[in-house]
Ligand binder design. Sequence first.
Ligand SMILES: Nc1ncnc2c1ncn2[C@@H]1O[C@H](COP(=O)(O)OP(=O)(O)OP(=O)(O)O)[C@@H](O)[C@H]1O
Length: 225
Amino acid sequence: MNKTIVKTENLVKIYSNSKVKTHALKGVNLEIPEGSFSCIIGPSGHGKSTLLHLIGGLDKPTDGSVFIDGINITELSNSKLAELRAQKIGFVFQFFNLLQNLTALENIEVAMMFKKASQKVQRAKAEELLALVGLSEKANAKPSELSGGQQQRVSIARALANDPDILLMDEPTGNLDSESEEEVLNHIFKIHKTGKTIVIVTHNNELAKKAEILFEVRNGKLSNQ
Ligand SMILES: Nc1ncnc2c1ncn2[C@@H]1O[C@H](COP(=O)(O)OP(=O)(O)OP(=O)(O)O)[C@@H](O)[C@H]1O
């Protein structure tokens, strides 16, 4: 059994907007082993993205803790958290979030901005990652010149730029046709084989069937808790 790389303890998230309070997570405990492939499923609005964002340190819980590789990230300062996120976690979103004025290659290089490596080394790494997702010939294309599936493959390459241990994906195929979806999923499976821990929020039943671990979120709780 591999060591636990992600752990949550009694994770609670309440969004408070003026008069309305939404109890998005009501005490989630989970453990994810290093190198595993997990999916988070469940009905719309029940807390899946909230859980993923808290695991990745994109938002703070109202109560409870998130441990990444044994570090309680809920206790870190914002700058330490940003550092840990950059080193250990890659994110892929449904709508790609690429910078429109930059080429595919530059979008990947930007993610390495905070690294000390020379520009030459960063370019070589960006080229290697574009090749990994099968897009070497699109290095100089802007996002608007790429299909949805190709844009998502660039955003996966960008998420890998700092060689993170953990890849978190929020409905990575939610905006793709079935052909692009299959292509993107094949790249995700290939990346999993390199030893990365992968966690995907998805409504896609076929993808969920392939998960080694399935977490079902219902009404802010895991369905087995
Ligand atoms: N920033 C926010 N401010 C206030 N409420 C929020 C915010 N983000 C999410 N919520 C609320 O928290 C609850 C859980 O939302 P979340 O996005 O985690 O659900 P989800 O399961 O990922 O849904 P979907 O499958 O539709 O993406 C919902 O009631 C949602 O309206």
